[in-house]
Design a protein around this ligand. Sequence first.
Ligand code: IVH
Length: 680
Amino acid sequence: MTIFAANLNNRMNETDRIVALREELHRHNYNYYVLNQPTISDQEFDALLRELQDLESSHPELFDPNSPTQRVGSDLTSDFETVLHSRPMLSLANTYNKEEVREFYERVRGGLEDEAFEICCELKFDGLSISLHYEQGRLVRAVTRGDGVQGDDVTANVRTIRSIPLQLQTGGDWPQEFEIRGEILMPWSSFEALNREREAREEPLFANPRNAASGTLKQKQTSVVAQRKLDAYLYYLLGDQLPAEGHFENLQAARSWGFKVSEAMRKVQTLEEIFDFIDYWDTERRNLPVATDGIVLKVNSLRQQRALGMTAKSPRWAIAYKFQAEQQSTVLREVSYQVGRTGVVTPVANMDPVQLSGTVVRRATLNNADFIAQMDLHLGDHVLVEKGGEIIPKIVGVDESFLASGERGPRIEFIHNCPECGAELVRYEGEAAWYCPNDSHCPPQIKGRIEHFVSRRAMNIDTLGPETIDELYERRLIRDIADLYDLTVDQLNGTHGERERSARKTIQAIADSRSVPFERVLFALGIRFVGETTAKILARAFRDVDALARASLDDLLQINGIGQATAESVIRWFQDPDNAFLLERLRSHGLQLALSEEVLAAQSDRLAGYSIVISGVFAHHSRDEYKALIEQHGGKNVGSISKKTSFVLAGENMGPAKLEKAQKLGVRILSEDEFLSMIQ
Ligand code: IVH
């Protein structure tokens, strides 16, 4: 064989291998994310994926946007193009009670002139609707609903959703071209995890999974979408050559092609069967991994659907039945007040017990003082309680049907003093909440701060749970975070057996926390507005706690990423003599109050005075690592290119708009390697 022939042969083998790996990985994705039945381990999957990534990187000519390797997304930013829907995306008429469902059923019967018909009952998923187009079994376009006539092309983001097939099952009888519509959802578990992370970073929380899913799909970086773990259920197949005459049958076919189609679907004939379906799912939906807000009823036959037609807004052959957000009326007996770690005082309604969505509810949040005033709430009022997003019950109003009859109790006045320590409450400008300012002596604030201090992302002494902290506090063994370092195994009540083992573990974890790096210690202190990211910024800028304590408001405001509220809060914290004393005790216990030698050694001012824009995908470090490197060397990260930009650090696939702008303004473009040698 000549060398040329050998190379060709090798190339052929690699091409075949790429094709085979893509197919195999698509299949494993389907088994895992659609069927929930993986047939290989995560490690085996990762090994195959890595092999494919390696082969693809040596064969850029074989790039395929639908390759399983593309599911991880990229951190390039892109704008969405607006595209017309091939068929308008209509919404459904809503009904709220069984009577309206009966009317729908009768209307259908009349419209079909007493011909027999079947109804397909489905869940109404509470996410955002999406239209997916497939050609030759491959995903070619994904468009949001938009205004129903046109929507945003979000194909790149949708490719990262693992349960959406990029390539349909081989051998399936799918039409060459078709559209399928469905709902993109964020499962409860991902939603809760995401909000926990956001809370730790002091970012605003998402109100419900629908908002979270919609916020995620609008992200301009596919890599962010890929991390957020979205899911999708498909419920409507459209096209000129569909496999069956029935909607239900078409969806079963779609399931066999690789789509995630809900199993909670039934074809029925009578109104009673429809009501059974509604009643069953009204309670059972609480056990589903995703949010649902009702039931959808669809005439099954496509011929009959055409015969019934549409109104301007919605089809006559389908309707949504919305579940009631369960609401009950009960009597407000008392308002109590909870004080959180940051001193926020939250009013809580104590009510006569009432059965709501399967649990007994006695307490509900009243949010803040404005909320109470707006509702003009009085003691003894009958109030309406709802379990909205299924989590914390809330009071949604006064049950006015009781107002006319008899006297009302006293109006609820928000308290002026802290219920725990008596300090006079304060309100900060622009905030709805009242605060207890006595942060150093108010018990729930102290305990809350200790809980925050020991949490995993802070000092990671997580064997110390809230109950133990409470107990140690009550026994007067801890009054602040520094006291933790004086605790002994005996004090943690380690006399025998299990308890002693866990006491020793805790004492060890406390001792180990002495080596937690400075930026995490700074975060652990619980200074208001100093989340993980801010703590890192401050640690890098000031390098040790003494320099930070000496910083003026101006010094702080000079730093990129530090705003007025944070700066003021830092100043306030360090001005408090109790905190100065606390820091000295932490220092004497050996905590890291300065950046380590290693981090310091890696710092320089080689990039001082430079404003740098990062763009593209990198091979040696992640984008965040490059951002950190720029800061470490005294440079400034900026988002967009202007005349003031010193240079662009460009990876692969730098956005064309950015490239053009840089060229127009004569801004230098540095490759990854050039940049790394610059800071060497
Ligand atoms: S069918 C013409 N089926 O509810 C019929 N919609 O207001 C098209 N939805 O925009 C929709 N679950 O986002 C259909 N099983 C289901 C659904 C469903 C949720 C959403 C969809 C639509 C809205 C209707």
